[in-house]
Design a protein around this ligand. Structure first.
Ligand code: FES
Length: 78
C-alpha cells in the first residue's frame, strides 16, 4: 500500500528500510524521502516504523529465549 504518494513509497519500502537500520522518521526521510514534500504521510510512516520495530523486538526476544538465554521476569507489585 502506498504511504507516501509524493515519493511513491509503500509500507513495504518502509519495513525494508527499518530492517536495514532506519530507526526514526528522520532516518526514513533521509533514506526514502518519505515526508519530505507535503508531510501528510509522516504519521502513517511513523506508525509503520513503530510496528516494524515492535515486531522485530518480539522476534529478537523470541529468538534469544529459544537460544537458551536466561529470561528474567520481575516480580509484580500490586
Ligand atoms: S505524501 Fe509523503 S511527502 Fe507527501
Amino acid at each position: 500500500m502506498y504511504v507516501c504518494i509524493c515519493k511513491g513509497i509503500t509500507d513495504n519500502h518502509i519495513r525494508e528500510a527499518v530492517d536495514s537500520g532506519c530507526d526514526s522518521l528522520r532516518d526514513l526521510r533521509r533514506e526514502l524521502g518519505v515526508g519530505s514534500q507535503c508531510g501528510k504521510c509522516a504519521r502513517h510512516a511513523r506508525q509503520i516504523l513503530r510496528e516494524t520495530r515492535s515486531a522485530n523486538e518480539a522476534t529478537s526476544f523470541s529468538n534469544s529465549a529459544t537460544a537458551g538465554e536466561a529470561v528474567v521476569f520481575w516480580p509484580q507489585t500490586a
